[in-house]
Design a binder for this molecule. Sequence first.
Ligand code: PLP
Length: 539
Amino acid sequence: MKADVSLEHLYRVFTKPENNDSTLAKIERHLSDNLSDFLSQHVVTKKTSLEEIEQDFREYLVPESPVFVSSHAQDLLDKLVSHSVNTSSPTFIGHMTSALPYFHLPLAKLLVGLNQNLVKIETSKAFTPLERQTLGMLHGLIYKRETNFYDQYLHSAKDALGAFCSGGTIANLTALWVARNKILGPNEHFAGVAKEGLFAAYQHYGIDDMGLMSSKRGHYSLGKAVDVLGLGRKNMLAVGQGSQVLKPEEALRVGKEYQARGKKLLAIIGIAGTTETGHVDPLEELSEVAKELGTWFHVDAAWGGATLFSSTHRSVLKGIDKADSVTIDAHKQMYVPMGAGMVLFKDPKSSNTVRHHAQYILREGSKDLGSTTLEGSRNGMAMMLYSSLHILGRRGYELLIDRSMQMAVKFAQLIQQTEHFELITPPTLSLLTYRLCPQHLSNMAEASDQQMAEVNSQLDTLTVSVQKQQREAGKSFVSRTRIETESYKGISTTVFRVVLANPLTTEDDLRAILEEQVTLAKNTKIWQELSKQSIERIA
Ligand SMILES: *Cc1c(COP(=O)(O)O)cnc(C)c1O
């Protein structure tokens, strides 16, 4: 249905509804009812292939004439909402996105309604101190400095305790950008890499390469960071075949070798909760290694940072306060809507290495947040975290984190007790991996190398097939990945990956997921083939 093309019509689009019976108010209620409906259903409500959905999004010309909001709203419900993924479903346990506290919906309306831009005070006013305070709270959670420290730095125009951004990727990039500009910083004879560029910096400092080090489980955003920072992807040193963590002695050895070849190590990255298996690097020891190698120490706690809320589990992150910078995502274990990441700096002066001024905004001495953030225009997402921190409180978050951990332990027990399953990596920070393995093959570790490789590859096929079928059936969702583990001699295996973060997931949900997987598995051809296999012990 076409609407008028007139300024009068457009004027109506821009103004707020007059009363509760107005068309816009009705549309709003219709959308909201529909959303509630959607959120109460399965992971996927309609079995439609991506190719079919693409047919609805084929048109490439900008629509010539306006349509009524009401008809467009219905269009969205039909084409978009009904084919979305219900990430809040208790049986959606495959990724780091989970249910949100319901209060975020009205808050989101406030956020959009106010439409503040945090790049500068002139468009954000109170949102700027709010964001700084929120960053201060997270800084305090990690670094636990004294009151004087926060009195001095929380709202200081010359310093920054951190930077708010859209997610862990930008947070990691910001941290490493700051590190690069500091390590290749200005001195008496050199204006610094920010001004002179990388080539001049390498010449000045007498190096021919610069790199980052992390375990093999480092997030792919680190690869993007070495690329964007101009260091080159070959200088992303991913250390430790078959190991889920970065071992300090190996980090030291690889770092020394790298330096001995005339290269500079920009940073060691400790991971607090790997994306694939949830493992935490030995942060305390790695901070010592970083010190010995004279390099920046960054901790990527995008997933695991929220563990600091829990008195029971926070010791897993021991040593995080030694990091020069820390990444935390609020849109993961802090249950804030997508688009909320942070980097925190131990030294409030650190981000001065990237400070940027412009005449019309970000004037010198101003408190504009945009002068030290990578992103420019930015919304007031910090408000969502600020509100969550108040509404849930440290103790509320503690309960949520503790529950997730308990559920992960429960699920691991279930996997071990259920026939035809094998736990691959035990629960760490509420993530775990496992796979299907017919019971008669449970002594795989005793097989010859050749047989192990052969059976493993069949099991890989089985996992892929079951994972896809389960996803398509739409009742539940478990993800899959490939990892190398020491128990299988470093052979890479395909595994189911589970993230237990949704507080609404129950033990019955988990049991049902395993049951569905066995049922699906038994109907595959590969299962028949596997039933003919038997492990011959090697003498
Ligand atoms: C999720 C994650 C990231 C990336 O964060 P985005 O918010 O997706 O950009 C980086 N590192 C780790 C360890 C993560 O889990």
